[in-house]
Design a binder for this molecule. Structure first.
Ligand code: PLP
Length: 451
């Protein structure tokens, strides 16, 4: 029989558990308790196979910035599939969607970030970045400048290169990671690691870790520093205000290339087109994906400054993906950018949804289980704690509080994620103030049920 939305949920779950290997999931758990199967979506609302309507507080995986159900993107994909479903951009060929999208991104990106190397995802784009910055320095006659400094608890993707850049220990423990010449420094997570010092002093001290690493490794060996403007998958860690200015100063002083991983922060999430603008930094390369197409088609890329692109361009860069600049994905991305721009979605984040969510979200800090409540634009987190004064973590055997809270959220028809004891959200940017009220009310109810 055909497998469709109309099949009983239990049958779909059994087939799913039997044949479909899921990312970041213990497959045996699926056999015991089937996956929640999402069948359709509109705006910020998901519908599952049992007819439940859930508010998607995560915009899928931080990506559905314009919300679900925009038929303009489906039309753009269908039009492009009929006209030219595929062609590549290797060996001196090109096509109009890739040309138009790269020109549009050059217009939107700050400074002299005028050149785009396309990939199929954020992970691929970060793999491109590793090879590009090393090749750049080799072209400049400094092949020994190959170390890339990243941060513990960073997330940059799941390929060998991107997962090596990332600072997720459970990922490094599987599959022989990290690759050589990647060095991790501590993160600016004041709540968990700040001890007795003020957030401002802590942010500054954590930025200084970059300078310390450059001295230890040798300036002549360090190629680049990569970071998310606001760490996302690590738990929405909004850095203290003292952090980024000092990082920028250090990158400038030691001629270290700065790579901003904008995969989550890009395309409006922080209230500007890019998180780099919110944090007032000047990267040489920005990694993009997710919100570039609002997740409607898989596409990622690196937006590269004049200097790096010009040096790389002097020879053949032996690198590329079959789907670099895929015409259908590029057409979908262009339509998504048109909507973001013409409907002033970023203005909505900055002036309406962002301030409203900030007010409601920060009020959660009065809940007995909540330590800090942090927010930047439309990405936010709360730290769960048994003792606000000492900022204690739950004991290991109670360390599932975040998991329990996430399950309560599911039961209350709101999708939130947990990272350890941090609960995080990243809703579609088009969410209304009424929907924000529903999101936070459901989050509070779920917290109450964890008491
Ligand atoms: N970089 C960041 C900051 C991310 O959050 C992610 C995914 O969550 C990636 C890179 C990897 O992107 P992808 O999953 O498209 O490969």
């Amino acid at each position: 029989d055909a497998i469709t939305n109309h099949m009983p949920t239990a049958e779909l779950q059994a087939l799913d558990a039997a044949h479909h290997m899921h990312p970041f999931t213990a497959q045996k758990d699926l056999a015991e308790k089937g996956a929640r199967i999402i069948t359709r979506a509109n705006g910020v609302w998901l519908t599952d196979s049992e007819g439940n309507e859930m508010l998607d507080g995560m915009a899928g995986l931080w990506c559905v910035n314009i919300g679900y159900g925009r038929s303009e993107l489906a039309d753009a994909a269908a039009r492009q599939m009929r006209e030219l479903p595929y062609y590549n951009t290797f060996f001196q060929t090109s096509h109009v969607p890739a040309i138009a999208l790269s020109a549009k991104l050059a217009e939107l990106a700050p400074g002299d970030l005028n050149h785009v190397f396309f990939a199929g995802s954020g992970s691929e784009a970060n793999d491109t970045n590793i090879r590009m910055v090393r090749h750049y320095w080799a072209m400049k006659g400094k092949p020994e400048k190959s170390i890339i400094i990243s941060r513990k608890n960073a997330y940059h993707g799941s390929t060998m290169g991107a997962a090596s850049l990332g600072g997720m220990v459970p990922m490094h423990e599987q599959g022989g990671l990290p690759i050589p010449d990647i060095h991790h420094i501590p993160q600016p997570n004041w709540w968990a690691e700040g001890g007795d010092i003020s957030p401002e002093d802590f942010g500054f001290a954590r930025a200084k870790e970059l300078e310390k690493a450059i001295h230890e490794l040798g300036e002549e060996r360090v190629a680049a520093f990569i970071a998310e403007p606001v760490q996302g998958a690590g738990g929405v860690i909004v850095p203290p205000e003292t952090y980024w200015p000092e990082i920028q100063r250090i990158c400038d002083q030691y001629s270290i290339l700065l790579i901003a991983d904008e995969v989550i922060c890009g395309f409006g999430r922080t209230g500007n087109w890019f998180g780099s603008q919110t944090m007032n930094i000047r990267p040489h390369i920005m990694t993009i994906a997710k919100g570039l197409s609002s997740g409607y088609a898989p596409i990622g890329g690196s937006i590269v400054c004049d200097e790096v692109a010009n040096v790389i361009g002097q020879g053949e860069f032996n690198h590329g993906y079959t789907y670099s600049g895929h015409p259908v994905a590029a057409s979908v991305a262009l339509e998504n950018l048109r909507i973001l721009e013409e409907e002033n979605v970023i203005g909505h984040v900055r002036d309406v949804a962002g301030p409203h969510l900030k007010e409601k979200w920060e009020a959660l800090a009065d809940h007995p289980l909540v330590g800090e409540a942090k927010i930047c634009g439309m990405m936010a987190s709360i730290a769960l704690t048994p003792d606000k004064a000492t900022r204690a973590a739950f004991a290991a055997d109670a360390g599932t509080v975040g998991f329990i809270c996430r399950e309560r959220c599911f039961a209350n028809n709101v999708v939130m994620r947990h990272v350890g004891d941090r609960m995080i959200i990243s809703p579609p940017l088009v969410i209304s103030t009424d929907e924000i009220d529903q999101l936070v009310e459901r989050a509070r109810r779920s917290l109450d049920e964890c008491l």
